[in-house]
Design a protein around this ligand. Structure first.
Ligand code: GRF
Length: 224
């Protein structure tokens, strides 16, 4: 099958990866756990944080992975922050950049240069609820489902081609916290899964579209 062929072609070359974080890092942890279990053929070169207080830094250190803090609040000129952050990535020139709860926006120039090499996870069923506060907003709506989406990052915020979604039915008893807990458990499944597809060569972005196992997909895959 295509799958086993691809696997053979790609053996031996781990995808060099940089992960960007800002906070608690539970998605980072899910990725680190999969790497430790040899389920994820990526080599994490560096974990970058814009926030010196991010608990994710501790997780990275515990896993023995180099970390670097580029403190957003240490820059008077925010353009310099973005330049510094992006220069640090460019000089390593990884195969993959993973945004794992990174709360800043990458420059258009950077997104173009790393086109098809940046993945993000956003806590909504994109294209619904781009931006922040998705749990409260979905509960205020009449939607039946909520979830999270892995997507490629392009110049437009939360608008790149969709890859994989976790979807859960909203319960009448849900508050934002309970809903978030459930959705995040789903994130720990879908993010490592999509990263594995990318690292094994099944997942690509071609001409602005998601291509999975050689086929262009117009809708994300859904896990429930
Ligand atoms: C995740 O829920 C993700 O959807 C969003 O930010 C959150 C980060 O949480 N982009 P954590 O830092 O991975 O715990």
């Amino acid at each position: 099958s295509n799958y086993s062929q691809m696997k053979e072609l790609d053996t031996g070359s781990a995808t060099s990866t940089i992960i960007l974080i800002s906070g608690y890092g539970t998605n980072l942890q899910a990725i680190l756990d999969e790497v430790a279990n040899n389920h994820l053929p990526i080599q994490i070169i560096l974990i970058l944080s814009d926030n010196p207080q991010a608990h994710g830094i501790r997780r990275a250190k515990n896993a023995g992975i180099p970390t670097k803090i580029i403190n957003y609040h240490g820059f008077n000129n925010k353009a310099d922050f973005h330049l510094t952050m992006e220069e640090n990535i460019k000089k390593i020139d990884p195969d993959l950049v993973i945004l794992a709860g990174y709360m800043r926006i990458l420059s258009e120039e950077f997104c173009r240069q790393f086109k098809g090499k940046i993945l993000n996870i956003h806590p909504s069923l994109l294209p619904k609820f781009r931006g922040l506060n998705t749990y409260q907003r979905v509960l205020d709506s009449s939607d039946e489902f909520h979830g999270s989406t892995v997507h490629f990052v392009t110049e437009e915020l939360d608008s790149g081609p969709l890859v994989l979604q976790y979807r859960t039915k909203i319960k009448t008893t849900d508050d934002p916290k309970q809903l978030r807990k459930r959705v995040q458990l789903g994130e720990y499944q879908i993010y490592p899964m999509a990263i594995r597809w990318f690292a094994e060569g099944f997942l690509k972005m071609i001409k602005g579209k998601t291509v999975l196992n050689g086929k262009r997909i117009s809708k994300p895959k859904i896990l429930e």
